[in-house]
Design a protein around this ligand. Structure first.
Ligand SMILES: NC(=O)c1ccc[n+]([C@@H]2O[C@H](COP(=O)([O-])OP(=O)(O)OC[C@H]3O[C@@H](n4cnc5c(N)ncnc54)[C@H](O)[C@@H]3O)[C@@H](O)[C@H]2O)c1
Length: 357
């Protein structure tokens, strides 16, 4: 289904939990976009958000939502194991799909979805990695692409976050392999693995250690991980993180090149160091001029400011018939990497991936 650029666009939200409000607010901030309906098996959650955001319809099921007159697109905001089947159902119904990370929890699901996406070239199918729209990471990627950092040597990423027992105990999908598909890597770390791949030219191989060290009696999945990666650019990558930390959420990415290095902490360029004074000045001036997107009222700080930019790209891609910024093949890279990391840990060996920029 393609839509003329002047035609109003109607969207449905599938899954009305924590991440639904940033999606609703971001769509409502776009011109001539209406959130037509919401849907969640826990209908009280859908009704509450419908009242809060002035949305007329609550559908009883995904089938009912997809059958609504005039619906053009959906946002898939349910738990991880629901993503692939729901996205496939929506695409088969001729709807454009925006899907929260991760696109799926297995390679088989990813392959089936990719085939479906290729069979429906007129549909926009985009995966959510909103940090690709954060000004700081766009700045780093451009500096790498323009050659300002010289030869990229290392991307070192760290995440510490606090996921208390209740975060898992109060959820019917988190903390189990069958329903979350993992934990730290596939849920929280995946953002930084995606950025590592996006800036580092893809990931060629990964070696991983994962453990459940701080949530042993609560979840069956991992809360702590260390990864080493060979990147497509020739640089090395590393990730280390834990959701057993007492810090609510803190992240750090250190990009080291032969000419310059850049450190991003908690979504801001924290430090720039360059071999030449002139380059250092230029990079620091660029970093000082970065403008964040407007923060949404509903968004938790660590989700960053970029859901509105991510969703504006989805809407724009539908209207103009453009390839979106994060098409299916891009959005699956971080999921493939996470699945390879789990396999590496299970099999105790390095796993090769075929990823390029
Ligand atoms: N991009 C980000 O920064 C970010 C942040 C938080 C969560 N997320 C992602 O968003 C997704 C949802 O996370 P959440 O924290 O909102 O979870 P949540 O548990 O708060 O909400 C999920 C909702 O989906 C509903 N649901 C389950 N099956 C459904 C179905 N078949 N159809 C419709 N609704 C269904 C559940 O009843 C629940 O209300 C996950 O993929 C998560 O990884 C992304």
């Amino acid at each position: 289904m393609s839509t003329e650029s002047t035609e109003p666009l109607s969207v449905g939200i599938i899954g009305c939990g924590v991440i639904a409000p940033p999606h609703i607010e971001s769509f409502q901030a776009c011109e001539r976009v209406e959130v037509l309906a919401l849907c969640d098996p826990q209908t009280h959650k859908a009704r509450k958000l419908a009242d809060q955001y002035g949305i007329a319809c609550v559908a009883d099921s995904v089938d009912e939502l997809l059958a609504m007159d005039g619906l053009h697109a959906v946002s898939v905001c349910s738990g991880h194991a629901e993503h692939a089947a729901t996205a496939a159902q929506a695409a088969k119904a001729g709807k454009h799909v925006l899907c929260e990370k991760p696109l799926a929890v297995s390679t088989e699901e990813l392959d089936a979805l990719e085939k479906l996406e290729q069979d429906h070239p007129s549909l926009v199918f985009e995966g959510v990695f909103q940090h690709r729209f954060d000004a700081c990471y766009r700045f780093v990627r451009e500096a790498v692409q323009l050659g300002h950092v010289g030869r990229l040597l290392l991307i070192d990423a760290h995440l510490s976050c606090h996921r208390p027992r209740e975060y898992y105990l109060d959820s019917d999908w988190r903390g189990a392999w069958a329903t979350e598909g993992g934990s730290l890597l596939i849920n929280q770390a995946i953002h930084f693995l995606d950025l590592t791949s996006w800036i580092g030219g893809g990931v060629r191989s990964v070696n991983a250690l994962t453990r459940n060290l701080g949530h042993e009696d609560v979840i069956e999945t991992e809360d702590t991980a260390v990864l080493s990666m060979a990147l497509g650019s020739g640089a090395l990558g590393s990730f280390h993180g834990s959701s057993g930390s007492q810090r609510p959420w803190t992240s750090r990415m250190h990009f080291v090149g032969t000419e310059a290095e850049i450190i991003v902490e908690d979504g801001r360029v924290a430090s720039v160091l360059a071999r030449s004074e002139a380059l250092g000045k230029e990079l620091r001036r660029g970093a000082d001029e970065l403008e964040e997107a407007t923060r949404l009222a509903s968004v938790r700080t660590h989700y960053g400011p970029s859901h509105p930019r991510m969703i504006a790209d989805f809407v724009d891609s539908i209207r103009r018939g453009h390839r979106p910024a994060i098409p299916f093949a891009e959005a699956r890279k971080a999921v493939d990497l996470v699945l390879a990391a789990y396999r590496s840990c299970r099999e105790g060996r390095n796993i090769t991936l075929e990823q390029t920029d």
